[in-house]
Design a protein. Structure first.
Length: 143
């Protein structure tokens, strides 16, 4: 199984420069759709429902305070299987042309983020997990 760092490194290689907000959303969608298409997680790291949308805290710790990245030191593209690369390529093709604000707003309209944010005021800090089960159920219903 790949790591979120492997996915981030691949996305940045393909889309550099990449804003860190957009990076987080593309990693999220890569996980969500891989759960649907391959019936298994793409990576094990936790995804949380932050005020600006889904965030992988492990990735955030690496880019905290940065607006965009042109490289990613952790992870390795070689850790990605052809199927995992295929998922990420589909995410790049579909979501890649969109800007970070659009992707953030899109995640705010979708059930997994909304469920994880239940009980939190708009804009409030939160660290509730967006579960793999909620992603698989919601995005699987869109197929």
């Amino acid at each position: 199984m790949a790591s979120a760092h492997d996915v981030a490194r691949y996305l940045i290689r393909e889309l550099s420069p990449l804003s860190t907000i957009k990076l987080q959303k593309l990693v999220y969608y890569s996980q969500a759709w891989h759960l649907v298409w391959d019936d298994e997680p793409l990576f094990p790291e936790r995804i949380e429902a932050w005020a600006n949308g889904p965030v992988v805290p492990d990735l955030f710790r690496e880019h905290r305070g940065e607006f965009q990245r042109t490289s990613w030191k952790k992870g390795s593209i070689q850790n990605l299987t052809p199927s995992e690369r295929g998922t990420i390529d589909e995410i790049i093709a579909f979501y890649g042309p969109q800007d970070a604000f659009y992707l953030s707003e899109l995640t705010h309209r979708e059930q997994p983020w909304k469920e994880a944010r239940k009980g939190l005021p708009a804009g409030a800090r939160g660290s509730n997990e967006i579960t793999q089960a909620s992603m698989a159920e919601y995005y699987g219903s869109l197929v």
